[in-house]
Design a protein around this ligand. Sequence first.
Ligand code: SAH
Length: 390
Amino acid sequence: MIRLKPGKEQSLLRFHPWVFSGAIARMDPAEEGEIVDVVASNGEFLARGHYQIGSIAVRVLTFDKDEAIDQNFYRGRLAQAYELRRDAGLVGNSETTAYRLVFGEGDSLPGLVVDIYDTTAVVQMHSVGMWKDRPLIEQALRDTMGDALTAIYNKSEGTLPFKAGLNPINSYVWGHADKKEAKENGIFFTPDWEKGQKTGFFVDQRENRALLERYARGKRVCNMFCYTGGFSLFALRGGAELVHSVDSSERAIELTRQNVERNFGQEPRHEAFAEDAFHYMEHATQKYDLMVLDPPAFAKHVSVLRNALKGYRRLNAKAMQIIEPGGILFTFSCSQVVSKEEFRTMVFTAAAMAHRRVAILHQLTQPADHPINIYHPEGEYLKGLVLKVY
Ligand code: SAH
């Protein structure tokens, strides 16, 4: 049991799902990953969750005193998560077979991420507690999805705290997928969950790629930080005149080329470059009417926020300098620590630096399969703006 200092119960009473170590008055000895009860200074029950060593000491799983964390608990939470994706039109949809089934706090399962690629679930555990509960989670996944699931791949090597000494190994924990292929709005791609970044694909840009498709007709498109070419594929289908994909990773460029070929065969409108984005824009001679900037999270922690904002600003200013008059810029940040306001101010400053007249056409965020727990606004990590640059 963990007892909080007086006054420290407020955030839990407002259903915030984390307990910081500084709020703890005293605790019974607990192993990392164990289920613990959290009580107020007067002894009143507040929450139950996974204990972990570090600044976030408890990740809350339930605020209900009578709810045990057992097989039924995970079955219930996963059934809810599946139902939400069904509401959003993502279950049994033959045109879109990739979606996020569990998004941590947004699904009241802090520390757990599950992406579905066709009939394979790729699971990432971010907390020791979720790792310890993995047999329960795997069983609940199979119970919830039934025949719609044929394999579970656990990819937690890079997401669990190293210090916990768990030594996880990325591997199939149930079944096996012979073929890695999924569809997003009718476009094929090959999410490489074994070697690729994150779980193999960025499903969070689905709706934003669909929006880009509507803008692409007749445009000369540059997709910066293309990874496996998500935005490029939709620009091509949308009727772009030419599409240039840029990423510093050779492997990403290789996958982009493969994805283009899988969908369009030999496609003369497309070229891909393994190059640094800043370097590419500095030397670009091609004129572009539509640009995408979807960089990796420059800031993973508040301590580097200032530098990250500077990086984003330099990038956006450069893109606004080179885009043709009347061009369209899709610009994003996926850093959780950069707020919507900070992002917008950064874009505003970049526009002023580039000395261009700029109008906001769309304000973008993450889709419904990345739900934001209203008590945990930090979950709103993806921010995007579509700009008209005169
Ligand atoms: N837009 C992509 C996701 C981008 S992820 C999609 O829709 O799927 C970020 C990508 O930026 C990664 O593929 C990474 O290899 C690439 N990257 C990181 N630093 C870079 C740099 N300096 N220049 C170009 N690409 C970079």
